[in-house]
Write a protein that binds this ligand. Structure first.
Ligand SMILES: C[S@@+](CC[C@H](N)C(=O)[O-])C[C@H]1O[C@@H](n2cnc3c(N)ncnc32)[C@H](O)[C@@H]1O
Length: 307
């Protein structure tokens, strides 16, 4: 988006937007500006920005930020995710539609806990590692109800944002490196561990759209040489934190999935891959065996054949 940036007021030099008469011209002005800046869904975005702006000056400021290339979600201050309106502050990773597939898998597993002793009839323990805005954890808790929710991120801005988003579920958010800040009492107790780790290979970060490259922190995107650095660290430590029969869910690229599966297997988790063509999403799911001797290639408690 390479349009000039007029001062907020100059956008609406034909008059105020406060009367019904002037509302329509404002909308078309906004649409035109957004379209000129390269916004594909200019009509939809205009409607959202207009609804978000209490005054014409506010609207002009929002349009200016959007046409300057800020992600729509940062401009609005929220994103829709898993049926929730999730707060997304500037500098915090914007939850992607694709990740709703990981969420759906996590919800399904949270609803069908393996029937081991002491597991049914109690709230599940969920941890959202690399939580960003906390969207996955918040939506998981909203879908399942009564979840003991913990989340963690290394970025202070993400932690602040996630705290607001998981508050309704009574969730706790910790700041730090992966599992390090989690309370020790969670070890061996996590039923559902979601970790939408950064997984873009370092060399490909420069190919991302400017909205991501320029407005989301590098630590949220860069997954190291093959994109799997953080995934490997999560997978290595996960068995210690998962309950027997508990699940780790990680989003990857399609081409990364076979290597991720191997990593899961080596750490002692029983892996499988779930994909969605519609959302172009790949999720690797690893289950901590209830019986460590159970071989791979058998059927897991949810009826899915393991890799
Ligand atoms: C791809 S974003 C996903 C955010 C969120 N889960 C979502 O789906 O919207 C990855 C997140 O991992 C966090 N992160 C990266 N490395 C981390 C680490 N070593 N420990 C904790 N969080 C980390 C980033 O700050 C970022 O918020």
């Amino acid at each position: 988006m390479s349009s000039p940036h007029p001062s907020p007021k100059s956008l609406f030099s034909s008059g105020t937007c406060s009367s019904t008469e002037t509302a329509e011209p404002s909308r078309s002005t906004v649409v035109t500006r957004l379209r000129a800046a390269g916004c594909v869904f200019a009509e939809d975005e205009a409607a959202l920005l207009i609804a978000a702006a209490p005054t014409p000056d506010d609207l002009a400021a929002l349009v200016e930020r959007r046409t300057a290339g800020h992600p729509l979600e940062h401009v609005l201050g929220w994103a829709e995710f898993g049926g929730l309106r999730v707060a997304v502050d500037p500098g915090v990773f914007v939850p992607r539609r694709r990740t709703e597939f990981l969420l759906g898998q996590a919800v399904a597993l949270g609803r069908r806990p393996p029937g081991r002793t002491g597991r049914t009839g109690r709230h599940i323990v969920a941890v959202d590692l690399c939580c960003g805005s906390g969207a996955v954890g918040a939506a998981l808790a909203a879908a399942l109800g009564g979840v003991e929710l913990h989340a963690c991120d290394i970025e202070p801005a993400a932690v602040r944002c996630a705290r607001r988003n998981v508050a309704a579920a009574g969730g706790l958010v910790y700041e730090g490196d992966l599992f390090a800040p989690l309370p020790v009492h969670l070890q061996g107790r996590i039923d559902v561990l979601t970790a939408n780790v950064p997984y873009v290979p370092t060399e490909e970060v420069g190919l991302l759209p400017p909205e991501a490259r320029e407005h989301e922190p590098l630590v949220a995107l860069d997954g190291g040489a093959d994109g799997l650095d953080v995934l490997r660290r999560v997978t290595a430590a996960a068995p210690r934190w998962l309950a027997p029969g508990g699940h780790l869910l990680v989003e990857t690229g399609e081409r990364q999935a076979p290597r991720a599966v191997e990593t899961f297997r080596r750490s002692g988790l029983v892996p499988r891959v779930a994909t969605s063509d519609e959302l172009y999403a790949t999720v690797v799911i690893g289950t901590r065996p209830t019986d460590p001797a159970r071989p791979t290639g058998t059927t897991d408690p949810t009826g899915t054949k393991t890799a």
